[in-house]
Design a protein around this ligand. Structure first.
Ligand SMILES: Nc1nc2c(c(=O)[nH]1)N[C@H]1C(S)=C(S)[C@@H](COP(=O)(O)O)O[C@H]1N2
Ligand SMILES: [Mo]
Length: 384
C-alpha cells in the first residue's frame, strides 16, 4: 500500500510531473486512503460527527475507475429489462419535471465495513469503522420510474448499470452491476438521486445520477447510473454471484471454505453504532463527566435504545437517542460517562433495534469476505 506520507512528500516537492508514472495526489488527504486503483478511502470516526455527512467526509468505495465525463446536460437514464412493458429513457431535466421530487437522509454502509477485525483475516479493503455515511439525497422514487416503464407482475429484481470503467481497461467489462429485489425498489425511500446535501452529487460519489437504497450494503446504491433493468429473475451482473456481497447461508467456523452455492445475498445491514465524539485516545479530567455522542442505524428498521459502557460491557447505561429524521436515516445519540478513578478506560457503544436485537460485543459470524461486522465500537479514554 502507498502511504499518505508518500503522496504528501511528492506533492510538497512538486515533482509529480517529473516522474515517469506520476504518483496521484490523495483525493481526500484528511481521510484514510486504503487503495488508489481503485480508489478506496475511509473516514476516521470523529470526522463523522456532523449530523449529515458532507462530501468532504464521505468514504469512497470504487470497484473500478470513475467515468471520465459526468456532464449532467447530456446524461440519460434508460429503463428496460424483461419485466418492463414500456421501456423508456429520461434526461435529468425530465426526471426533475415529470416525477415528484423527494429528499431523504439515507445511511449507506459498505457491506465490508469492519472487515479489518475478522480473524482469520480475509482479503479485500481493510475497512475499520469508516465506510459509512448518511447524507441528504434528492431525486425521484425508483418506484415511480418503474411504473413509468410498465413494470410487470413477474418483476423480481431491479439492476443498475453505471458508467464507470473496469480496471482491466476492457470497455465491454463492467466493474459492478448489482441492484435490489423489487420489494426494496418499491419502498418510498429508494431514490434515483441527482443531488446530495442540496448540491450536485460530486463525481466521486456517483454524480450526476445514482441509485440510493439506504440501509442495505452500499454496493446496491449504484453510482454513475445510466441504465436500470427490471429483471424477471435475480440479477446476475458482475459482483452479484460467487462470494461477492454474500455470506454463508448457514453459519460457518472461522476460516472455513464455503462453496459459492452455499452463499446467500446480503440484504439489510445489521444494527450498528459509531462514537463520533470524542476521538479515541482523548485525555479527560476526572472531575468532569465525559460527553459522548455518535450515530446509530439499523438496516431496514430503526434503533430503539442506545447504551454506553465504561467497564468493558459489565454494566451499561442507557443514553438519549433521537428519532431518525426519516426512515433509514441514522440517529444521533448522546450521553455522559463518569469515571470513579483516574486511569485508562474504554467507552463502548451498543445499539438495539426495535425487535430487541443488539450489537454483539465481539465479532459476529466470520464469513469468507468479511462482511457485516457490527461489533460494538469502542474508544480509548485517558482519565487524569
Ligand atoms: N457504478 C458503481 N456504483 C457503486 C460502486 C462502484 O464501484 N461502481 N461501489 C459501490 C459500493 S461497494 C459502495 S459501498 C458505494 C460507495 O458509495 P460512495 O463511494 O459514494 O461512498 O457505492 C456503490 N456503488
Ligand atoms: Mo461497498
Amino acid at each position: 500500500m502507498i502511504t499518505r506520507r508518500c503522496f504528501a512528500s511528492v506533492a510538497a516537492l512538486g515533482v509529480g510531473s517529473l516522474l515517469a508514472a506520476p504518483v496521484p495526489a490523495p483525493v481526500k488527504p484528511h481521510l484514510r486512503t486504503l487503495s488508489v486503483l481503485p480508489l478506496n478511502v475511509e473516514t476516521p470516526a470523529h470526522l463523522l460527527d456532523e449530523p449529515f455527512t458532507s462530501a468532504r467526509h464521505m468514504f469512497v468505495r470504487n470497484n473500478g475507475l470513475p467515468p471520465i465525463k459526468t456532464d449532467p446536460a447530456g446524461w440519460r437514464l434508460a429503463i428496460d429489462g424483461e419485466a418492463s412493458r414500456t421501456p423508456c429513457h429520461f434526461s435529468l431535466a425530465e426526471l426533475g419535471t415529470q416525477f415528484e421530487v423527494h429528499t431523504y437522509a439515507l445511511t449507506i454502509e459498505c457491506g465490508g465495513n469492519g472487515r479489518a477485525e475478522f480473524f482469520p483475516p480475509v482479503p479485500g479493503n481493510q475497512w475499520t469503522t469508516g465506510a459509512v455515511s448518511c447524507a441528504r439525497w434528492t431525486g425521484v422514487r425508483l418506484g415511480d420510474l418503474l411504473h413509468a416503464a410498465g413494470i410487470t407482475d413477474d418483476a423480481v429484481y431491479v439492476a443498475f448499470y453505471g458508467r464507470d470503467r473496469h480496471l482491466s481497461g476492457e470497455p465491454a467489462k463492467l466493474p459492478i452491476s448489482r441492484g435490489v429485489p423489487v420489494e426494496k425498489a418499491l419502498l418510498p425511500e429508494t431514490l434515483v438521486a441527482w443531488a446530495m446535501n442540496d448540491g450536485p452529487i460530486p463525481a466521486l460519489h456517483g454524480g450526476p445520477l445514482r441509485l440510493v437504497a439506504g440501509g442495505w450494503p452500499g454496493s446496491v446504491s449504484g453510482k454513475w447510473l445510466h441504465r436500470l433493468a427490471i429483471r424477471d429473475r435475480v440479477h446476475d451482473g458482475p459482483k452479484m454471484g460467487g462470494h461477492s456481497y454474500r455470506v454463508p447461508c448457514e453459519p460457518v467456523e472461522p476460516g472455513a471454505e464455503v462453496a459459492a452455492a452455499d452463499m446467500c445475498i446480503i440484504e439489510a445491514m445489521p444494527v450498528k453504532s459509531l462514537i463520533t465524539h470524542p476521538a479515541s485516545g482523548v485525555r479527560h479530567r476526572l472531575a468532569e463527566p465525559l460527553a459522548v455522542r455518535g450515530h446509530a442505524w439499523a438496516g431496514e428498521g430503526a434503533v430503539a435504545r442506545m447504551f454506553l459502557s465504561a467497564d468493558y460491557g459489565q454494566t451499561w447505561q442507557r443514553v438519549a437517542l433521537d428519532e431518525p429524521i426519516n426512515r433509514l436515516a441514522w440517529q444521533r445519540f448522546r450521553g455522559e460517562v463518569r469515571f470513579a478513578t483516574a486511569g485508562y478506560y474504554e467507552v463502548w457503544a451498543r445499539a438495539e433495534d426495535e425487535h430487541g436485537v443488539a450489537q454483539p460485543m465481539l465479532l459476529p459470524g466470520w464469513n469468507p469476505k468479511g462482511y457485516l461486522n457490527n461489533a460494538c465500537h469502542r474508544i480509548a479514554v485517558q482519565v487524569a
